[in-house]
Design a protein. Structure first.
Length: 292
């Protein structure tokens, strides 16, 4: 939106409105899991600050969900504006939309490189994705479309814990979490001018999540609920009762659940009920396209 300043003359003084205040929002593009649920796309979220979008993970459906958010009035999530993505880890449900994120925005008009941040292995994954679509690239660039190749370029940044990105709108810090046998997995702390949002990624209960939040505005955390959890779940994910303990220690202003694994016939109501047994703070169970 273009703002046309209105100049007011008052007792000889010229008053010019300042820039719009930055508003940091969390947009859930996908809250799903490997379970095939038509109502939940694969894990992907966006932190939006005015006209800029910062994506975290790229599960199946990410570009279409971003288009739906754009249609609902969030210009930053127009496909051509999808320019940055930060991966928590490289599980397929968090990365199966990565080729789409590289290619589709380019085809429809992105003319700047995609900046991709994440754990070791991201460079190799990116290289092989680009190699797999080499014929598509050749035809679109050298055929009748004559696309600018720059928009299909990916600048990959393999990261370690610490501040890994900063611009005038946000500072993004990666912190290590524990996700089963993955050698690297990250959560992210996104600090805007007006709010701080912490994204857990997939993890077992981890002190680093508590430390990163420490009274943050929003804690977005994965969760599962099952009356009898398996060894796999205990090694890779966080149960509802464990998350209640994390939230009590982290003290977010709002706890938002995503990547919800409902096992053994459990429901969303069961999940919230389990957390509220011992956590009395504000909590919401997220759905695709929810905005906080």
């Amino acid at each position: 939106m273009i703002r046309i300043p209105v100049v007011l003359l008052l007792f000889g003084l010229t008053l010019v409105p300042g820039p719009e205040p930055m508003t940091t929002r969390l947009v859930l593009l996908g809250t799903g899991t490997p379970v095939v649920d038509p109502d939940r796309s694969g894990p992907a979220v966006a932190v939006v600050v005015n006209e800029e979008a910062y994506l975290f993970d790229a599960g199946p459906g990410i570009v279409r969900r971003a288009a739906a958010a754009f249609a609902k009035g969030i210009p930053a999530l127009d496909a051509v504006n999808l320019k940055r993505v930060f991966f928590t880890h490289l599980h397929s449900d968090h990365t199966a939309g990565y080729p789409d994120l590289i290619l589709t925005p380019w085809v429809v008009g992105r003319r700047t490189p995609l900046e991709a941040y994440g754990p070791a292995g991201l460079k190799s994954m990116t290289h092989h994705i680009l190699l797999a679509y080499q014929q598509d690239y050749d035809i679109r660039v050298h055929g009748l479309e004559k696309l600018d190749p720059t928009g299909r370029t990916v600048n990959v940044h393999e990261i370690e814990p610490g501040v890994i990105y900063k611009d005038s709108a946000v500072t993004i810090e990666a912190f290590a979490v524990k996700h089963g046998s993955w050698p690297q997995a990250f959560g992210y702390r996104v600090r805007g001018r007006d709010r701080t949002i912490v994204i857990s990624g997939d993890t077992v209960p981890t002190q680093s999540v508590i430390d990163a939040c420490d009274g943050c505005d929003i804690l977005l955390h994965e969760v599962y609920i099952n009356s009898r959890s398996s060894r796999y779940m205990q090694a890779f994910h966080t149960s509802a009762d464990e998350l209640a303990k994390i939230a009590n220690a982290a003290k977010p202003k709002l706890l938002v659940l995503y990547h919800q694994l409902y096992l053994g016939g459990m429901t969303d109501e069961d999940l919230l009920s389990e957390i509220r047994k011992s956590y009395k703070g504000a909590v919401a169970s997220g759905r695709d396209l929810d905005v906080y």
